[in-house]
Ligand binder design. Structure first.
Ligand SMILES: [Fe+2]
Ligand SMILES: [Fe+2]
Length: 418
């Protein structure tokens, strides 16, 4: 039996989401026509909200601990009401933004399996947006007496967002090639997994009930990302694929810093815990995330070593990977640059702690210096240009970073931290 029940939202917004899909994701029809061929055993895609079960009926964290979870938004007061709305709005924006991003490079998928998997990811992100609309739409108390209709206002705003105006930076970066689809599903959907997991405790019950079903779908997104990343890395080693290992590394260097920033300032997040919205603060979640990124990249490196050294077992390949990375020396003909690496959490940051945002850290987390002083903006930009994809450093996202870096170095402090 399904661990959830399903619901539709009111026709006005249901139809608005269908209209959004027809415009921004017309390939859904192709996925539906090919579903059983690729995903035979799984329930076909349906645009519904899935209502799961609560972990507990009472609030698990923060200042209302032990009280019953809130069934209606209207009982949340002041800042708490608007913070809940902001989380729902940001979540829905990520779902819609990622569909727009995946679509840009969908047709360049190296295999049918990769294309169909990305289509399924896009469909499920659409359902996640629908789920957030359900949270807003089914609860009439998002409109408080004498106040604007926050639900309608938020849903209308979301439907009008597009690449460039989404809430979080990571969802405004256009994809350039299929490596973006794969690296994004691996490392940005992983942030999604952390957010959903933290929000299983949400003190506003309709949000808490939404998390389980969304999480089980995220499992497919992350799993697809990891297996395609491994496939592309092995293809790079065999020189049979579309991408080199250096292409893969540079793409990872674009996305993981954005993923790290999605957690918010490393010293923040206490308010969300106090409101019972999340079970961890930003810094804790971010360090768990980066450590999981390193585990994923290690698995990819094991596959690389197993491709380079025929007949080596996975455990032995792991020893080789760790030895190369710990010592910085080649092992059995494999050099450090033959492996992938997770950039340090301080590399290429534009948000977060003042001592990190816009500071010239290298991929290993060392502060780059020149004559005993942190590297000047122009020299750090040169360093970044060598470590990020060429299309990216020639694009508008990097131009924005460059302008903000120069401004922050003129002011002598970070201009854009939060
Ligand atoms: Fe999602
Ligand atoms: Fe996802």
């Amino acid at each position: 039996m399904a661990a959830y029940s399903t619901e539709k939202i009111a026709p006005k917004y249901h139809e608005a989401i269908v209209a959004w899909q027809k415009k921004n994701f017309p390939e859904l029809a192709f996925l539906e026509a090919n579903w059983s061929k690729h995903f035979g055993s799984q329930t076909p895609f349906q645009l519904t909200a899935k209502i799961g079960k609560l972990q507990t009926d009472t609030i698990q964290y923060g200042r209302f601990i032990g009280k019953p979870k809130f069934e209606s938004a209207g009982v949340m007061t002041g800042n708490m009401f608007y913070s809940a709305r902001d989380i729902i709005r940001a979540q829905a924006s990520t779902e819609l933004g990622s569909i727009e991003q995946h679509r840009l490079t969908l047709e360049s998928a190296p295999t049918d399996e990769m294309k169909l998997s990305v289509l399924r990811i896009m469909a499920e992100e659409l359902r996640h947006a629908y789920q957030m609309f359900w949270v807003l739409d089914h609860d009439a108390s998002w409109k408080k007496p004498g106040h604007p209709d926050i639900a309608a206002e938020t849903m209308d705003e979301l439907l009008a967002m597009h690449l460039g105006t989404h809430v979080l930076d990571a969802f405004n970066i256009p994809f350039h090639n299929f490596l973006d689809n794969v690296v994004f599903a691996t490392f940005i959907d992983l942030v999604g997994k952390y957010q959903l997991e933290m929000q299983k405790v949400f003190s506003y019950a309709p949000m808490a009930r939404s998390m389980g079903p969304m999480l089980s779908e995220e499992g497919f997104h992350i799993g697809s990302g990891r297996s395609f990343l491994r496939e592309l890395a092995v293809g790079a080693v065999k020189q049979s694929g579309d991408f080199s290992l250096s292409d893969i590394q540079k793409t990872i260097n674009v996305w993981i810093p954005r993923g790290a920033e999605m957690f918010g300032n490393e010293r923040g997040g206490e308010t969300a815990v106090a409101f019972g919205f999340k079970d961890r603060n930003n810094g804790t979640a971010q360090s768990e995330y980066l450590s999981e990124c390193r585990d994923i990249v290690e698995m990819t490196n094991v596959a690389i070593v197993q491709t380079m050294l025929a007949d080596i077992t996975a455990p032995d390949a792991r020893v080789v990977v760790r030895t190369i990375q710990d010592t910085g020396d080649a092992q059995r003909g494999i050099r450090p640059e033959d492996l992938l690496l997770v950039p340090h959490g301080s590399f290429f940051r534009k948000r977060g702690l003042d001592e990190v945002a816009f500071q010239p850290y290298d991929v290993n987390g060392n502060l780059l210096t020149e004559d005993g002083k942190p590297l000047a903006a122009a020299s750090y930009l040169d360093y970044l240009r060598k470590n990020l994809p060429e299309y990216y450093v020639n694009g508008s996202e990097f131009a924005k970073y460059e302008a903000a870096l120069v401004a922050s170095s003129v002011e002598g402090k970070s201009a854009h931290s939060w």
